[in-house]
Design a protein. Structure first.
Length: 103
C-alpha cells in the first residue's frame, strides 16, 4: 500500500488501482480506497473509489467516494458518495446527498 504519494499533471486517472498522469501509466499499483487531495487546479480527475478534495477542477468522476470541491468548470459525477461543491459549470450526477452545489 502507498501513502502520501505525489503526482503532478493536469489529467490524473485512477482506475483498477492503476494511476495514469497525462496519459502515462505510473509504475505503482494502489491498494484499497484512494482519498486524494488536489492542491492545485486540475483539468480532469477520475478515481475508482475514495474521497476526492479539490479546489478547482475541470471535471471530477468517482465511482464510490465523496467529492468536496470549490469550482468545477464542467461536471461532477459520483455513483455512490456525497457531493459538496461551490459552482459547477456543467452537470452534476450523484446518487447521494448534495450540499452547496450551485449552477
Amino acid at each position: 500500500m502507498i501513502t502520501a504519494s505525489v503526482y503532478s499533471g493536469s489529467n490524473i486517472t485512477i482506475v483498477n488501482s492503476k494511476v495514469t498522469v497525462n496519459g502515462v501509466v505510473q509504475d505503482v499499483e494502489l491498494v484499497g480506497d484512494l482519498n486524494g487531495t488536489i492542491h492545485v487546479d486540475i483539468d480532469r480527475l477520475e478515481n475508482s473509489c475514495g474521497k476526492v478534495v479539490a479546489n478547482k477542477a475541470g471535471s471530477i468522476l468517482t465511482l464510490c467516494g465523496d467529492v468536496v470541491c470549490g469550482v468545477v468548470a464542467e461536471s461532477v459525477q459520483t455513483k455512490s458518495g456525497d457531493v459538496s461543491c461551490g459552482n459547477i459549470g456543467g452537470s452534476l450526477r450523484a446518487h447521494a446527498k448534495v450540499a452547496g452545489a450551485t449552477r
